[in-house]
Design a protein around this ligand. Structure first.
Ligand code: SF4
Length: 322
């Protein structure tokens, strides 16, 4: 992470990111080395009874950011999404291509233009083996559809390159970094993948910035996502990140929180409450509750659910679009 004067040639947006988001030159806090152990104790103590109901017949629970967000927002929505499973859409495919292209922009040594980065990303994703990825989804597309995707992804990559300072190797940039935390003898697994980690680790001093790139508008759930990443990174690495941030590519703005013990404990309690709900709903088969909210707009249940109608009525009463 930068600690001295900015490199020459940065545009105003890049300088803002360097000074405001990366907090170049500012002192980083130190944390108690026992903090990660205390967080694990908190999680395992509160999850012990729930974990005791797992483990038989190979039943265990893997929780991730999206699942926790859904189950906290509306349990019925969570179960509907579980039933439907993940399906690719032009938006998710463009997002995956853009993320891959941004990753390549950091590590390709020949400084390709955004369009070349997108082409390389599409090639990498189509060539990649394994079952996950948009390879099969994209293989059935017409040329014009692929062109739309390339245009969308190129827009996002260009915005990143225009607004983020070029990432120096000494900042130790890591993209799409996955973290796994196992609790309660492996019966409960927490998974996460953060878009960008920046900073060289330094003893008990918090030196790492975690950034999630967003192509849409800000949402309250983004704060919870960031805290979840901070919790996993703290337990995995033994030291918290100093800051977590959502960076909005369309507006070149960000929301950040500086990490402290209260934030991490709040994240741990939210994980506990989410995992308990996941087990109750998927293992114990408890009927879900229903909570109308922003998810009603795209929930698979929206045509058959009273919550969607309630949400539409609330918005209409406030004079907002349904
Ligand atoms: S339509 Fe709304 S209230 Fe109903 S299940 Fe979906 S998110 Fe929940």
């Amino acid at each position: 992470m930068p600690t001295s004067s900015p490199p020459l040639g940065l545009n105003p947006a890049q300088q803002q990111v360097l000074a405001g988001l990366m907090a170049a030159g500012e002192t980083r806090p130190e944390f108690d080395p026992m903090l990660p152990a205390r967080l694990v104790d908190l999680l395992e103590d509160r999850l012990a009874e729930t974990a005791g109901r797992l483990g038989g017949d190979g039943i265990d629970i893997t929780a991730a950011k999206t699942m926790l967000g859904q189950v906290h927002q509306c349990e019925r929505w969570f179960l509907a999404e579980q039933r439907e499973g993940f399906t690719w859409s032009p938006k998710t495919a463009a997002g995956t291509v853009a993320h891959k292209a941004i990753e390549l922009s950091v590590f390709c040594r020949d400084a390709p233009a955004p369009m070349d980065l997108v082409d390389r990303a599409v090639e990498r994703l189509i060539d990649a083996g394994g079952s996950w990825g948009p390879r099969e989804y994209l293989s059935g597309w017409a040329e014009a559809e692929v062109a739309d995707l390339r245009s969308d992804a190129c827009d996002r990559v260009t915005k990143f390159l225009e607004c983020f300072p070029p990432l120096k190797p000494q900042w130790r940039p890591v993209l799409e970094s996955r973290t796994t935390v196992q609790l309660c003898d492996g019966r409960i697994t927490l998974k996460g993948k953060v878009d960008l980690a920046l900073g060289r680790r330094d003893g008990n001093r918090a030196t790492v910035l975690l950034v999630d790139f967003k192509s849409g508008a800000a949402h309250r759930s983004h704060v919870d996502d960031l805290r979840y990443y901070a919790l996993l990174d703290t337990i995995r690495s033994g030291v918290p990140p100093f800051r977590v941030a959502s960076y909005y590519l369309d507006s070149a703005r960000w929301h950040h929180e500086d990490v402290d013990e209260d934030l991490l404990e709040a994240a741990a309690h939210r994980v506990v409450e989410g995992v308990i709900k996941l087990v109750e709903l998927t293992v114990d088969k408890r009927p879900p509750t229903m909570t109308a909210g922003t998810a009603c707009a795209y929930c698979p249940e929206r045509n058959d659910c009273d919550g969607a109608r309630q949400w539409a009525d609330q918005r209409a009463a406030l004079g907002l679009d349904a």
